[in-house]
Ligand binder design. Structure first.
Ligand code: NAD
Length: 263
């Protein structure tokens, strides 16, 4: 193997990355780090206005940025997206919804929606990427959650089901397509201060949801690092997984959780 410098190893110049859920939170942070590393970007989200803002903010990096409004809960929209984008070297399946609902109040429509966005879309996206690059491989990063491994919050059984599915499909595809040159890994974030999490916290405080406030407090107390993480702390690990720094890592679950799963 040719010995490369650190600068060469971390560079994504000449590569194109597709990132879902890129309008906010972890996905947006990943878009920034990838752009800084020189990747051209295809950014996907259901929120087009926020995507426009992200595109504008990324202009300082001088990379190509295309944005796409896609509802990942709709397979036809995913298929249409792949007809529009060119060759993709790196796929990050980050978009996800975490809506709390009592297990006894889950109905078919609700479960279907969560599964479509959080799990089925990941399979459809991987299928498109793998089909297209069977002869040359590529990198896929799927975003799971600590909740799937160590359930902590109440009223998230549907979310945990979807995210454990993401872990299952990541490991299976890594095994099936490693020989074709694919590296497929799962990031397992813990409590990360994103728009989504801030909204939930506000909802809990405004609604005087003592149960949710207590869960958040207990969660934080349990963290060895004693604090929530920042989106960029996840993005940096995504960059490592996307780059040639990690050429011998596949089928792995990488927690970015301030030590939560260890404590
Ligand atoms: P967020 O809510 O801040 O952002 C999610 C993005 O996904 C938004 O821009 C949203 O518009 C987009 N999105 C939602 N539904 C979509 C759909 N149907 N089609 C297209 N785009 C859609 O979320 P986040 O906190 O940045 O989380 C990102 C990922 O990380 C999610 O998969 C989440 O489950 C996972 N995660 C987050 C945390 C955390 O603490 N923030 C912890 C564990 C796992």
């Amino acid at each position: 193997m040719v010995y490369k410098s650190l600068i060469e190893l971390i560079s994504l110049k000449g590569r194109k990355a597709l990132i879902t859920g890129a309008a906010m939170g972890i996905g947006k942070a990943i878009a920034f780090r990838f752009a800084e590393a020189g990747a051209d970007l295809e950014l996907v989200d259901i929120n087009y206005e926020k995507l426009l803002e992200v595109k504008e903010q990324l202009s300082k990096y001088g990379v190509e940025v295309n944005i796409h409004r896609v509802d990942l809960g709709n397979k036809a929209e995913i298929d249409a997206l792949w007809n529009k984008v060119g060759d993709i070297d790196i796929l990050v399946n980050n978009a996800g919804i975490y809506v709390f609902r009592d297990t006894l109040e889950i109905d078919e429509d609700f479960l279907e929606k969560v599964m479509q966005v959080n799990l089925y879309s990941v399979l459809w996206m991987c299928q498109h990427m793998i089909r297209r690059r069977l002869d040359k491989g590529g990198v896929i990063i799927n975003v799971a959650s600590i909740e799937a491994i160590m359930p902590f919050a109440k009223n998230l059984v549907h979310y945990d089901m979807s995210k454990i599915g993401v872990i299952g499909l990541t490991r299976t595809l890594a095994r099936e397509y490693g020989g074709r040159g694919f590296r497929i890994n799962a990031l397992v974030p813990g409590g990360i201060e994103t728009e989504g999490v801030k909204k939930l916290r506000k909802k809990a405080v405004m609604g005087l949801r003592i149960d949710m406030i207590k869960t958040a407090y207990d969660f934080k107390t349990r963290l060895p690092l004693g604090r929530f993480g920042e989106p960029d702390e996840v993005a940096r690990v995504a960059l490592f997984l996307a780059s040639d720094l990690s050429t011998y890592i596949t089928g792995a679950l990488i927690p970015v959780d301030g030590g939560f799963l260890s404590s």
